[in-house]
Design a protein around this ligand. Structure first.
Ligand SMILES: NC(=O)c1ccc[n+]([C@@H]2O[C@H](COP(=O)([O-])OP(=O)(O)OC[C@H]3O[C@@H](n4cnc5c(N)ncnc54)[C@H](OP(=O)(O)O)[C@@H]3O)[C@@H](O)[C@H]2O)c1
Length: 328
């Protein structure tokens, strides 16, 4: 089979290559073999190939990724080809969707083995490309939106609105009846508006502190590179701030000291991983199947184009998601 592999850390186009002639993996007793139709590019791929957080070196290997020719790609959609003998509820031919972060990737190839407990069935009417955007970006956005406790008419501020997670954040919040203010760069404002955002604010010219005080019920922040407390003034007294992404260290700090942030009854929270991941994937897939939201796919690329697509994400020229289509 073919797969995109890397054996050292660095610039994606320098260290990643499409290799052929690799063995198709065999499923263990609790796993299934999936023929991958689509995957998507995520911020995690960009961080892992560069190893730009020390924790990545601790997990993948200090000087180079420990497993030779490692394959990235954190989410996938495809069809089951074989099942391990303990697998229940799934059979050969089922169209499925999976988050493969626990195996640190494996989706940028033609086949992957995945534990059955990480699988969700793909509803009819959702394409493989659409489905592949859901396990990481859609799922994280759903978890964030649930923590924002959105009610119809609430005013929500989405920071990092033009990204993979932010695009789902905008669309989910609108589907729940919120008024959405989106923060992103000016060049991406028109596209973000076309996703339904009611207002778009350019974070390069308007800081969070300059927005109207006490006016937001929730802040959904996928681009937390400065202190979350800068949103304290714009949140209502009982508002919720939810850190979905940005600086990993800010996320750790908020997880540890969240209860000391905010004033009055404000709550400052961050995503709780491992909770309801598959349930959230199902929720988002159902909303797509019912036509309530549509993933914001900027373009689709082939396996060979994965390294350049990851570099586009690094250069911040992506609006929404890039999908990898194995039929290309
Ligand atoms: N916890 C989870 O389960 C989970 C899951 C998925 C992602 N994440 C995290 O969520 C974050 C976003 O992921 P993504 O896939 O949406 O990434 P992405 O597609 O690259 O989007 C990043 C967004 O952040 C904005 N941004 C980047 N740098 C910024 C800065 N210095 N100041 C203000 N805004 C900035 C970008 O705005 P412009 O491009 O418009 O400038 C863009 O809207 C990442 O940190 C990722 O690791 C977490």
């Amino acid at each position: 089979m073919r797969a995109v592999v890397f054996h050292q850390y660095g610039a994606p186009q320098e260290v990643m290559k499409l290799a052929s002639g690799r063995d198709v993996p065999e499923p263990k007793r609790d796993e299934v073999l999936i023929k991958i139709e689509s995957s998507s590019i995520n911020a995690a791929d960009m961080h892992m190939v560069r190893a730009n957080y020390l924790i990545i070196r601790l997990v993948l290997g200090w000087f180079k990724p420990a497993q030779k020719n490692r394959t990235l790609g954190m989410d996938l959609a495809g069809t089951i080809q074989a099942t391990g003998k303990d697998v229940e509820g799934f059979q050969v031919g089922d169209a499925v969707v999976a988050d493969v972060r626990k195996s640190f990737g494996g989706a940028f190839g033609e086949y992957a083995v995945v534990r059955a407990s990480h699988l969700v069935k793909k509803p009819d009417g959702v394409s493989f490309g659409q489905a592949a955007t859901v396990p990481i970006s859609g799922q994280a956005a759903m978890m964030g939106v649930l923590l924002c406790e959105i009610k119809p008419g609430d005013r929500i501020l989405v920071n990092g609105a033009s990204g993979g997670v932010g695009s789902f954040g905008v669309k989910l919040a609108k589907a729940l009846g919120a008024h959405v203010t989106a923060m992103c760069s000016a060049e991406k404002a028109d596209v973000v508006k076309s996703w339904g955002a009611d207002e778009v604010v350019d974070y390069k010219t308007t800081s969070a502190q300059e927005l109207q005080a006490n006016s937001y019920d929730a802040v959904f922040d996928t681009a937390c590179f400065e202190s979350p407390s800068r949103f304290e003034g714009v949140l209502k007294d009982n508002g919720r701030y939810v850190l979905v992404g940005g600086s990993f260290y800010r996320m750790l700090r908020l997880k540890a000291f969240g209860r000391w942030y905010g004033r009055g009854a404000q709550q400052f929270k961050t995503l709780t991983q491992e909770v309801e991941v598959t349930a959230n994937i199902e929720r988002v897939l159902e909303m797509i199947a019912r036509g309530q939201i549509e993933p914001a796919i900027q373009r689709s690329v082939s396996l060979a184009e994965v390294p350049s697509a990851i570099e586009s994400l690094e250069r911040r020229t992506v609006v929404g998601k890039i999908v990898v289509n194995n039929q290309k």
